[in-house]
Design a protein around this ligand. Structure first.
Ligand SMILES: Nc1ncnc2c1ncn2[C@@H]1O[C@H](COP(=O)(O)OP(=O)(O)OP(=O)(O)O)[C@@H](O)[C@H]1O
Length: 493
């Protein structure tokens, strides 16, 4: 786990609960060597007595104890709003227990037989997390609204009841290491939610690595996720880090997780369970120290039923679920959203914030917006680009603004008729991929030119995220003037 943690507070006090004397001694010695003060208990009752007498910084408990389950200890501590960070040790392979423990409020879990390096790092992480916050308030949703994370929650515009629930849930779950699954329709703001979970967590100073699972070619998935040594596959001209290594000490955001092919799902599950990854061509394992937040617009439970998604992985990723409601269920957020989006668009394009009349706002409220906030953002973007006065006019025509006119493509069959003629047969290229790549390249170049090579603006015009456009620019080797990220690879920090 964490390899770069600062030394723990010298006075940190840890309680170890395990009925096996040898293991207890091993944990005690390991912790004493780290400079902690340690108390030990062999049963639930003994542990509870000690907890009534004093406060600890962290509690490490075995799951099975002679007089009950470690879960009971967690629940009792939760009921008393105790601030100690709790780490639960579960038997290898018992995913249910680990998931239950995290749901019950455990900070993290460790699998037996315990790897001592991992043990030291998880304890240090728990103590650091606890030390950074005002104790009694740390468990309440409002407590996470400190200066650093206030901004992240504010960026999530909307005060409707459903959005308030989303924000409360973010603040509540951010403090543990429990994996989070963000569900919601396309464009509802799932990535913003994931960023807010990161910003409200004790990992906020670490990296946030966003990965679009659907944008990576299947053959590259393993190398992208776990890294690759030079020469391990054709094209691997240098050692490269995987997403797991890049997210060390931070959060790994796996967007569109439902699009991950089954073989890669198995590899991801193994990485999460064993907390180790091995780069392609390497003999060494790297410890995983990333909190996993994933997102999907799909009904993953239905995908599990249909055999498209591994049930065990679903179970692991879905420890905590945050559902982002579609815009049609929170119309009352529209005015604030329009205001925030227009301010952002105006700042990006260096123009004054345009005025949105009551009438246009009403029109927007009546518009179905199935593409949610992203569609709203695109509409406003187009409106700002096309407006010539202070008053904003919104064009509600369908957004297929970029004509998909087939052009000359190497080895493609000639185009039989203009694309506008509805009955015309589609061109039949002899190399479909080359043809589509060429189309995509032309559209991207056109959008980039029209926006003065502003990738954010070009992405917005095309209904893409910044990450998606970066990936596509890199994949198609489009050179953009002054590109500061020549090795862009589908991630954004
Ligand atoms: N509540 C919100 N407040 C402000 N901006 C928002 C909000 N929700 C979404 N947005 C904006 O809408 C756009 C789409 O959001 P985001 O990429 O987070 O959605 P998503 O659900 O992850 O989409 P997809 O499923 O297509 O990946 C972004 O530009 C984001 O900043």
């Amino acid at each position: 786990m964490a390899q770069t943690l600062a030394s723990p507070p010298a006075s940190a006090q840890v309680l170890v609960v395990d009925d096996e004397p040898d293991l207890r001694t091993l944990y005690e010695l390991t912790l004493l060597r780290e400079g902690y003060r340690v108390d030990a208990a062999a049963t639930l009752n003994e542990a509870w007595q000690l907890l009534q007498d004093r406060r600890f910084d962290a509690v490490i408990t075995d799951m099975r104890l002679p007089d009950g389950l470690g879960l009971e200890l967690l629940q009792r501590m939760g009921a008393q709003q105790r601030a100690e960070r709790c780490i639960v040790m579960t038997a290898y392979g018992s995913a249910e227990n680990a998931v239950e423990a995290l749901k019950a409020g455990a900070f993290d879990y460790l699998t037996k037989p315990v790897d001592l390096k991992q043990f030291r790092n998880v304890v240090a992480s728990a103590i650091q997390d606890g030390a950074g916050k005002a104790r009694p308030a740390a468990r309440s949703p409002g407590a996470a609204r400190s200066a650093g994370n206030e901004g992240a929650l504010q960026r999530l515009v909307g005060e409707s009841a459903s959005m308030r629930l989303v924000k409360e849930r973010i603040a509540k779950v951010a403090r543990s290491m429990a994996p989070v699954l963000v569900r919601g329709e396309s464009g509802t703001g799932k990535e913003l939610v994931a960023r807010a979970v990161h910003a409200c967590s004790h990992r906020a100073d670490g990296p946030f690595i966003a990965v679009n699972c659907s944008a990576i070619p299947e053959t590259l998935l393993e190398a992208e996720f776990f890294g690759a040594k030079k020469g391990s596959y054709t094209g691997a001209t240098a050692d490269r880090e995987g997403y797991f290594q890049a997210a060390r000490g931070g959060t790994l955001f796996l967007d569109e997780i439902g699009d991950l092919p089954l073989p890669m799902q198995s590899k991801l599950l193994r990485a999460i369970q064993e907390r180790q990854v091995r780069a392609l061509g390497s003999t060494q394992e790297d410890a995983v120290d990333a909190r996993i937040v994933s997102a999907t617009h799909r009904d993953l439970a239905a995908d599990v039923q249909a055999g498209r998604f591994r049930q065990d992985l679903f179970y692991r990723l879905n420890v905590i679920e945050i559902v982002v409601p579609p815009l049609r269920e929170r119309r009352e957020d529209l005015p604030a959203l329009c205001e925030a989006l227009l301010a952002r668009i105006a700042t990006e394009s260096g123009m004054p914030v345009p005025h949105l009349s009551e009438q246009v706002l009403r029109q927007l409220c009546e518009h179905p917006l199935p593409g949610n906030v992203r569609e709203l953002e695109n509409l406003l973007h187009r409106a700002v680009a096309l407006s010539d006065g202070d008053e904003l006019q919104v064009d509600f025509a369908p957004t297929n603004a970029v004509p998909l006119m087939p052009r000359e493509v190497p080895e493609a069959a000639p185009v039989a008729a203009p694309a506008a003629a509805p009955a015309a047969p589609l061109p039949m290229p002899s190399d479909l991929q080359a043809y589509l790549d060429q189309q995509e390249r032309e559209i991207l170049v056109q959008a980039l030119r029209q926006t003065g090579f502003n990738r954010t603006a070009a992405a917005q015009r095309l209904g893409l995220s910044l990450r998606q456009i970066r990936y596509r620019i890199a994949r198609l080797a489009i050179s953009t003037p002054g590109s500061e990220e020549p090795n862009d690879d589908g991630t954004s920090a």
